[in-house]
Ligand binder design. Structure first.
Ligand code: SF4
Ligand code: SF4
Length: 446
């Protein structure tokens, strides 16, 4: 067991932290499955409007890797298929019928007696291969890829706010252990980091934890741990997985049933009741927020740094565990630059609020400044958890010099978004680097 300290992390003063109770949400009228949120795949539908589906029925798969299946989290009738730009497949909407009819999958009583190929096939047919991500591009690994030696389990995601391990593990330890046995069968090294402050998780999983991690966001991301733990560039090809997905994996393999529920967080200071919620996967955001009055506030699904803007017509994605509500109340602040700014967020001591950053934690979507050129302040470097100099990588990418950007460690970027957050020139550093990595992945996969 190693203790590691990740410097250059950030404790974000943001309010509306979910309480540790879990509220079980009654399923809404509609659920949604969203192929558009799965990176790098070319989705092909396995259903059409009017089809009846059960929990675990095939909904779509990747045309280029037909064993990469995504299944229905609910039981009902396909109501609508929504297309986006250039007729790309966006969502499949299911009208729920309130039943729990479920397609049977393969189940196992003991993982130790199964071989790796059988296990891999059961995970694919059970619709869960998509819980794995492959570094350094964060793609879903090919279902027939050679498995790397190592996988990194992220028990807690410090991005505000994600389900806490001590909350989601509470009643699910058996499934988690079963899922962990499966991982140990597939990978030689299973690295598992736990925040130093999560004492109860440390007690629950003391035989399995490999790293205790000190640091704020994004210290507990699996790719941050990989960066600190790797000994050569070969280790970059490791896999990553989120802790709660081990519960889904264990449930599937033990029961032969698709795990259609998960714990998510509902956070944000304008909410009456920020909390952990147990929902059916693909739950509608309107149903999640039915007891809240959010007006025209922004709905962010998947985390305030790495998530996406959604809305009341949206649905929770397969790999999403958080809904955050941020105020859109953008008031003009006349001569704001002349004011001390006791309540404005600052990371660079521009405003007096640095003296007590947690005094006002009500956040909104304002940029608090305007776009301008890089002023070489170095703030982005000071917060980068993987020791990159984002400003120089960005400049190489603007000059279209990808080889130079690669030589500066671009592939180590974990898209945490903190550099963008602190940049006084409002440069979208994280997006620029992530887009370049995505383009490179697409080029290499041709
Ligand atoms: S934080 Fe922004 S302005 Fe400062 S060095 Fe980085 S990119 Fe340039
Ligand atoms: S360069 Fe990448 S890893 Fe570093 S702070 Fe920016 S987004 Fe995070």
């Amino acid at each position: 067991l190693k203790k590691i300290k990740i410097s250059n992390t950030i404790n974000i003063p943001i309010g509306g932290k979910p309480v540790d109770d879990i509220v079980v949400l009654k399923q809404g009228e509609f659920s949604g499955v969203k192929p558009s949120l799965i990176p790098f795949i070319t989705p092909k539908l396995a259903v059409k409007v009017g089809d009846e589906v059960k929990i675990g029925s095939a909904m779509f798969f990747d045309k280029k890797d037909t064993d990469l299946l995504y299944l229905s989290p609910t039981c009902g009738v396909v109501e609508e298929i929504v297309y986006g730009d250039k007729r790309s497949l966006s969502s499949v909407i299911i009208k729920n019928n309130g039943k729990t009819d479920t397609e049977e999958k393969q189940s196992f009583s003991d993982i130790s007696s199964i071989d790796v190929d059988t296990l891999r096939k059961a995970i694919c047919q059970g619709g869960l291969w998509g819980i794995f991500k492959e570094f350094p591009f964060n793609n879903i690994p090919k279902t027939d890829s050679i498995l790397p030696e190592s996988i990194y389990v992220s028990l807690d995601n410090d991005e505000p706010f994600h389900p806490k391990s001590e909350v989601y593990l509470q009643d699910n330890l058996d499934d988690f252990s079963f899922g962990l046995d499966a991982l140990k069968k597939l990978f030689t090294n299973v690295y598992m980091g736990v925040p130093l402050k999560s004492k109860s998780t440390q007690e629950l999983l003391e035989d399995h934890i490999t790293h205790k991690i000190k640091g704020h966001y994004p210290a507990n991301q699996s790719d941050t741990l990989l960066y600190k733990n790797k000994t050569s560039s070969d280790d970059n090809n490791s896999f990553g997985i989120f802790g709660q997905d081990l519960i889904r994996l264990g449930y599937l393999l033990k029961n032969g049933k698709y795990p259609n529920t998960k714990i998510i967080t509902l956070g944000g200071s304008i909410l009456k009741k920020p909390t952990h919620l147990e929902v059916i996967d693909g739950e509608s955001i309107a149903n999640i927020l039915k007891d809240e009055d959010i007006g025209d506030a922004r709905v962010i699904a998947g985390g305030v740094f790495k998530g996406r803007t959604s809305c009341l017509k949206g649905y929770v994605g397969f790999n999403e565990y958080a809904i955050h509500i941020l105020s859109e109340d953008l008031k003009q602040d006349l001569f704001g630059f002349m004011k001390p700014g006791f309540f404005k967020p600052t990371n660079s001591r521009t405003y007096m609020s640095f003296l007590n950053p947690f005094k006002n934690t009500n956040r909104d979507v304002s940029l608090y400044g305007e776009d301008r050129s890089c002023i070489n302040c170095d703030f982005c470097y000071q917060v980068c958890p993987v020791d990159l100099q984002p400003q120089f990588i960005m400049k190489e990418l603007y000059a279209k010099d990808v080889p130079n950007a690669l030589s500066m460690g671009m592939l180590d970027c974990n898209s945490c978004g903190v550099c963008t957050y602190v940049c006084p020139s409002k440069i979208e550093l994280s997006d620029i680097i992530t887009t370049a990595k995505d383009d490179l992945y697409k080029e290499l996969s041709k």
